[in-house]
Structures are given as structure tokens and as C-alpha cells.
Design a binder for this molecule. Structure first.
Ligand code: ADP
Ligand code: MG
Length: 222
């Protein structure tokens, strides 16, 4: 499904990612753990196309995402989505949740407002939230609800792969399990592949089919 091949990223003198290769099977939840600063977020951003690597390939269903251009690039890119560590990065305080979730649909060419509203309802249902939340603004939501909106937004374009960058690390311990369960249910319900980046080893080992460990830019053997 997704193959990352020998990705290198440097920022000036800092080598953030130093030759990482991994692969993700359909419906698999792959864990990626590692200390702060070892390059996890940079790798995630390369995979979803927010960062260009110095070298390497990111292949989705046989197509190298880094080689694609124009409309084809945009359409393939939609199939790999990022859930940010901090849900605030995809929420605007001035927009309602419904407006926030409609935006990626509009970008993807959903012209009919009623269809967008129906899809928003469906997205909220997928992450276990009541459709009434569409009319609310982010400040009326709890941290766990906001991160569920972050997940719903990533799901809007019906991706095959979700890259989740420490999706529960900003949350209270009490709601972490709930949000993790949302991700696990999505794998069951939609057959999604998930790259789950985390700090908390226990949580990842519980949730994932396989776990890779990263250290200063590279995967550790074994
Ligand atoms: N935009 C950037 N500019 C310069 N250095 C960066 C940038 N993003 C990340 N880094 C550096 O790259 C390394 C890896 O960072 P990051 O990918 O955020 O690690 P992690 O997510 O594992 O904490 C760190 O040394 C960080 O300071
Ligand atoms: Mg990070």
C-alpha cells in the first residue's frame, strides 16, 4: 500500500531523517516510536507531502508521490492524510466545526452544499460525535472532541492511509483510550492503514500490529 524508501531530510546542518525505509500493508496499524527530536514529525510531513526530502521515495499503490505533478498529484495526495499532534493546527476558532469539515470537501470538488452537510454528518458519526456539534465552534469542545474533529477532517477525502503524529499526546490520560479506540474502530470500519507515531511505548504496543523504533533520524534494527 505505502512504501517509504530511503528518505533523507536535512535542515541546514541538522540531519532530521537519515535514510528511513518502511512499508505499510492495507489495514495495518504500524507504530513508530522514538524520543523527541528524532525525526518522527519530519518523516510524517514527508509522507503526506508537506516536506520535500533531499532524497528518497514515497510510493502509494505503486506511484511515487514525489514524482507526481498537477491534478494527478493532488488526487493521489488526498489518499494519504495527516492527523496533527495538536488538533488546534487544523481548527480555526472563528469557524464552526461544520465549516471546518466542509473545507476539504470543497477543495476536493464537492459543489453541492447539501451533499457536503450530509458528508460532515457522516464524518462526525465515524469519529463517534453527535451531528449537533457541526454548529459549534472549537472552544465549546473538549480536547478529546477536538482531536476527534482532527481525525474527521483527515478522513474527509476518504484516504487509504492515515498518518497520526502523536494523536493523543496532547490529551488527558483519561480520554486517550477513547481517542485511540476511534482510530482502531476506523481501521475495522474503513479498512484504513494507519501509521501511528507515538511517544508512549505501552500505548503503541497495545494498539499496533508492528512497532518500529526510531533514533536520531534512523530506524533501529530489530
Ligand atoms: N522546519 C525545521 N527547521 C529546522 N529544523 C527542524 C525543522 N523541523 C524539525 N527540525 C529539526 O529536525 C529534528 C527532528 O525534528 P522532528 O521531526 O520534529 O522530531 P520529532 O517529531 O521526533 O520530535 C530536530 O532536531 C528538529 O529540531
Ligand atoms: Mg514530533
Amino acid at each position: 500500500m505505502l512504501v517509504v524508501d530511503d528518505v533523507h531530510v536535512r535542515f541546514g546542518d541538522v540531519v532530521a531523517v537519515d535514510g528511513v525505509s518502511l512499508d505499510l500493508a492495507p489495514g495495518e496499524i504500524l507504530g513508530l516510536v522514538g524520543d523527541s527530536g528524532c525525526g518522527k514529525t519530519t518523516l510524517a510531513r514527508v509522507i503526506v507531502g508537506l516536506e520535500r526530502p533531499e532524497r528518497g521515495r514515497v510510493i502509494l499503490n505503486g506511484e511515487d508521490l514525489l514524482q507526481l505533478r498537477g491534478a494527478r498529484r493532488r488526487s493521489v495526495r488526498r489518499r494519504v492524510q495527516l492527523v496533527f499532534q495538536d488538533p488546534e493546527s487544523c481548527l480555526s476558532p472563528r469557524l464552526t466545526i461544520g465549516q471546518t469539515l466542509e473545507e476539504p470537501l470543497r477543495v476536493a470538488g464537492w459543489r453541492d452544499r447539501r451533499e457536503r452537510v450530509a458528508r460532515v454528518e457522516q464524518l462526525l458519526e465515524l469519529v463517534g460525535l453527535p451531528s449537533a456539534l457541526a454548529a459549534r465552534r472549537p472552544r465549546a469542545l473538549s480536547g478529546g472532541q477536538r482531536q476527534r474533529i482532527g481525525i474527521a477532517r483527515a478522513l474527509a477525502s476518504a484516504p487509504d492511509v492515515l498518518v497520526c503524529d502523536e494523536p493523543v499526546s496532547s490529551l488527558d490520560a483519561s480520554v486517550r483510550a477513547q481517542v485511540m479506540n476511534v482510530l482502531l474502530d476506523l481501521r475495522e470500519e474503513l479498512g484504513l492503514s494507519v501509521l501511528l507515531i507515538a511517544h508512549d511505548h505501552a500505548l503503541v504496543h497495545q494498539a499496533c500490529d508492528r512497532v518500529l523504533a526510531m533514533r536520531t533520524g534512523a530506524l533501529q534494527p530489530g
